[in-house]
Design a protein around this ligand. Structure first.
Ligand SMILES: [Zn+2]
Length: 362
């Protein structure tokens, strides 16, 4: 099992910093990778809520894989040559932030070299004063900051990074799209890379409300999630039956379970549980009537919460390849499935053909 193809995409998207509402650099990396790797059969659209990449080779609904480009971070204001004020955006461990080191960036940022480095001082709720240890050069004004942690580091069986949630989800869905497009299969696969998930699914909600998403498609949120009993690192990706707020679509889960069963016979490992440690975009999709479920990689140090300080997030490398294989298998099986979109299409055709008979008097 080779996680390297996923890792290569992960390293590309991680070669720039990200934050809620400051995803332009990560999106540019994803678009450049798509131009290099996906070929002319994949169409890339840029919307306010995120990127939509679609491969369509047959009629009917698509499997949609949704991940997000942002990670909890800080917006900076009141920038001076002594420091700044950092406002937390997303669920970082507040109790470990005092004394934590940060790196400050312009938006968009060309690479991971920060304009300035600093340390967070005693803060109140989600506002923390920053004292520069290396002040930005005169005339350069950073607008956001990330925790000063490695962007991507492989150590033994683990990948450790400042933002695995959900840069790794982006890498998993992009790699799945690359393999499906390369196979030239008769299938429909859409990848959505959302913005501003960490502050309440804002990019996802924006796309839903814009009307540009097809309610006949089947939506899978691809995430990394806090490890817990039934979601152990190294025991395989998790078919996510629900999140903190509720349960996902049982037909779509059964469909994914069939792919998992086929792959288990080839020795791949999967887990299946309701992950109650947080919510994911499948909940937002479901709330607006879309058929949705989730796939997740067990994550250590969720949102950079270490034992008693901020730490890189970590996942087991051997959990990555089974996730791509499962998503690829599901994409190829979707056109022949009995999921909602396919059933609607068949029933609509049947109704169109036969409904004239209703004109007979009764
Ligand atoms: Zn996430």
């Amino acid at each position: 099992m080779k996680p390297w193809s996923v890792l290569a995409v992960f390293k590309t998207v991680s070669s720039v910093p990200t934050a809620p509402f400051h995803e332009a650099s990560a999106a540019a990396q994803a678009r450049a990778w798509a131009r290099r790797s996906l070929g002319p059969r994949v169409k890339v659209r840029r919307r306010r809520g995120g990127l939509i990449l679609s491969y369509r080779q047959c009629k009917g609904p698509a499997l949609v894989l949704a991940a997000h480009l942002d990670h909890p971070a800080f917006h900076l204001c009141r920038v001076t040559d002594k420091g700044a004020l950092a406002r937390v955006k997303g669920g970082l461990p507040r109790e470990f932030l005092k004394g934590a080191r940060i790196e400050a960036f312009a938006s968009p940022a060309k690479d991971n070299r920060p304009l300035g480095r600093g340390v967070l001082l005693e803060g109140k709720s989600d506002r923390f004063p920053v004292s520069w240890t290396e002040a930005p050069a005169r005339g350069r004004k950073p607008v956001f900051a990330m925790l000063a942690l490695p962007p991507a580091e492989v150590s033994g069986a683990w990948l450790r990074a400042r933002s695995i949630d959900d840069t790794l989800g982006c890498a998993l869905v992009l790699e799945t799209l690359r393999r499906v497009a390369r196979s030239r299969a008769r299938a429909n696969l859409t990848v959505i890379l959302h913005r501003a998930e960490e502050v309440g699914f804002i990019g996802c909600l924006d796309l839903i409300r814009s009307g540009s998403l097809d309610p006949g498609d089947a939506y899978i949120s691809v995430e990394t999630s806090r490890h817990m009993p039934g979601a152990a690192p190294g025991a395989g990706p998790i078919l996510r039956t629900g999140d903190k707020t509720g349960l996902f679509d049982s037909d779509l889960l059964a469909f994914l379970e069939e792919s998992a069963e086929r792959l288990r016979k080839k020795g791949l490992r999967f887990q299946r549980t309701r992950l109650t440690g947080g919510t994911c975009e499948a909940t937002a999709y479901q709330a607006f009537g879309f058929q949705a479920a989730g796939l997740s990689i067990p994550l250590v140090n969720y949102h950079n919460r270490g034992k008693d300080s901020v730490e890189p997030e970590a996942v087991r490398l051997d959990d990555l390849e089974p996730a791509v294989r499962l998503l690829e298998d599901a994409a190829l099986r979707l056109p022949a499935s009995h999921l909602r979109g396919s059933m609607r299409k068949r029933l609509t055709n049947l109704h169109r053909k036969t409904s004239p008979l209703l004109k007979t008097r009764f």
